[in-house]
Design a protein around this ligand. Structure first.
Ligand SMILES: NC(=O)c1ccc[n+]([C@@H]2O[C@H](COP(=O)([O-])OP(=O)(O)OC[C@H]3O[C@@H](n4cnc5c(N)ncnc54)[C@H](OP(=O)(O)O)[C@@H]3O)[C@@H](O)[C@H]2O)c1
Length: 353
C-alpha cells in the first residue's frame, strides 16, 4: 500500500473539451493528490494545447495512448475518449497494472459494459467510472429524510430543458453520429439515473417512449417513461433537452405513505433545495425546507478524483464510489428504455449483471 500522502502522476488520454476545460483545472486544484505529467490525443495539436496549460514537458506528449500507458513515470490514467473506447482502454491500463478513471457512460452498449465490468472484477487495479453527480451533497441530505416519509410508494423524476443550438458538445463528431446507445439520452441520462438509483435503489422494469426532436442529436433525444423499482416503488422518469423554449427544470418528487420529499435542482434556483412534508394525511402536514450547500463547488469533479486517489493509494477498489457495476445499471436502464420504445412502449426488464 502506498502512503496516503503520495502524489500520483496522472496521464490524460483524450484532451478534448472536457479534459482541457474541466478535468485539468480541477486536477490542478488538488496538487497533494495528483500531478498531470503526460497527455495523449489523436490530433496532436490539441495535446500540445493541453500540455501548455498543464505544464507538461514536450517528451510527455504522446500521439499513441499505448505509449502514455506504458510510460514508467505515469502512475494512473484518466481517459476521456468517446465511450465506445472505454472497455479497450481499461483493458490496456489493467494490463499495465495502472488504476484508471474513465468518463461516463460506462460504455457504448451493454455488451462492452459487461466486458468492462468483468475486466474490473478480475483485477485488484481500481477502475472508476466518473459519474460526478454521485458525489453531490444532495443525496446525502435526502437519504435520511426518506426514512421519515414511510414506505416509498412512487416518484416523478423530470429533467427537461430547451435545445441550445450553440451547445459546445454538438460540435463533437462522435456525438453527432453516435455509436453509443441513446446518444444524448445516455450521455446526460446516466447523471439523472445516478440520482434515481442512489436514492430509490435499482430499477426492475421500464415502459418507455423516446423520440428524436433535433437532427443534430443524431438519434432520439427525448424520453418519457414509467418504471417499477426492485423495492416495489412505481414512478415516472422524463428526460430531454431538445424542446423549444421552456425553462430548464429539474425536479424529483418522492411520495411515501407518511409524507413526501421534493428535490428541486433546477438551474434557476439560487441553490438546490429539498422540501419535506411529513404527515399520514393532508390534515396535519409539517414541512421543512432545506437549501443544499454543495460541499464541492466543482460539480463533484474534485470529489471523484479524491476518491480515485484514495482507492489507488490504498490499493482498495472497494473504496470507489462509482464502481463499474453501478454504472452498468445506469446504462442498462437506458438500454431497456430504448428496447421498450422500439417495441411500442412494452414493459422491458432491466438487464442485471
Ligand atoms: N461528466 C461529465 O459531466 C462530462 C461532460 C462532458 C464530457 N464527458 C465525457 O468526457 C469524454 C470526452 O468528451 P468531450 O466532450 O471532451 O469530447 P471531445 O472534445 O470530442 O473529446 C474526445 C477526445 O477523444 C479523441 N478521440 C475521438 N475519437 C477517437 C478515437 N477513435 N481514438 C482516439 N481518440 C479519439 C478526440 O480526439 P481528436 O482531437 O482527434 O478528435 C478528442 O480529443 C466523453 O466520454 C464524455 O462522455 C463527461
Amino acid at each position: 500500500m502506498a502512503s496516503p500522502d503520495k502524489v500520483l502522476n496522472i496521464g490524460v488520454i483524450g484532451t478534448g473539451i472536457f479534459a482541457t476545460g474541466t478535468h485539468l483545472p480541477n486536477l490542478q486544484k488538488i496538487p497533494q493528490q495528483f500531478k498531470v505529467v503526460a497527455c495523449s490525443n489523436r490530433t496532436k495539436s490539441k495535446a500540445e494545447t493541453f500540455a501548455t496549460k498543464a505544464n507538461i514537458s514536450s517528451d510527455k506528449i504522446y500521439e499513441s495512448y499505448d505509449d502514455l500507458i506504458n510510460d514508467k513515470d505515469v502512475d494512473v490514467i484518466d481517459a476521456l475518449l468517446p465511450v465506445e473506447n472505454n472497455a479497450m482502454i481499461v483493458e490496456k491500463a489493467i494490463k499495465a497494472g495502472k488504476a484508471i478513471a474513465i468518463e461516463k457512460p460506462i460504455a457504448n452498449n451493454l455488451e462492452n459494459a459487461k466486458k468492462l465490468v468483468q475486466l474490473a472484477q478480475n483485477t485488484s487495479v481500481p477502475v472508476l467510472v466518473l459519474e460526478n453527480w454521485l458525489y453531490h451533497t444532495a443525496t446525502e441530505v435526502i437519504k435520511p429524510k426518506l426514512k421519515e416519509i414511510g414506505t416509498i410508494i412512487g416518484f416523478n423524476f423530470k429533467s427537461t430543458g430547451p435545445f441550445y443550438a450553440e451547445n459546445k458538445y454538438l460540435k463533437t463528431s462522435w456525438r453527432a453520429k453516435p455509436n453509443h446507445i441513446g446518444g444524448y439520452l445516455s450521455d446526460g441520462g446516466v447523471h439523472q439515473l445516478a440520482y434515481l438509483v442512489e436514492l430509490l435503489g435499482e430499477a426492475e422494469t421500464i415502459s418507455a417512449h423516446t423520440t428524436q426532436v433535433r437532427e443534430q442529436s443524431g438519434t432520439d433525444d427525448v424520453w418519457f417513461s414509467t418504471l417499477k423499482m426492485k423495492s416495489g416503488a412505481i414512478g415516472t422518469f422524463t428526460y430531454g433537452s431538445a424542446f423549444g423554449a421552456v425553462d430548464k427544470s429539474r425536479q424529483f418528487v418522492i411520495y411515501g405513505d407518511k409524507g413526501s420529499v421534493v428535490f428541486d435542482f433546477s438551474p434557476a434556483n439560487p441553490k438546490p433545495f429539498v422540501k419535506c412534508s411529513y404527515g399520514v394525511t393532508g390534515e396535519n402536514i409539517k414541512t421543512e425546507t432545506i437549501e443544499i450547500e454543495e460541499k464541492d463547488s466543482t460539480n463533484g469533479i474534485v470529489s471523484e478524483f479524491k476518491n480515485f486517489h484514495e482507492a489507488t493509494v490504498s490499493n482498495d477498489k472497494s473504496l470507489l464510489k462509482c464502481k463499474p457495476t453501478i454504472a452498468f445499471h445506469h446504462l442498462a436502464i437506458v438500454d431497456a428504455a430504448l428496447k421498450s420504445s422500439a417495441n411500442g412502449g412494452s414493459s422491458v426488464k432491466v438487464e442485471s449483471i
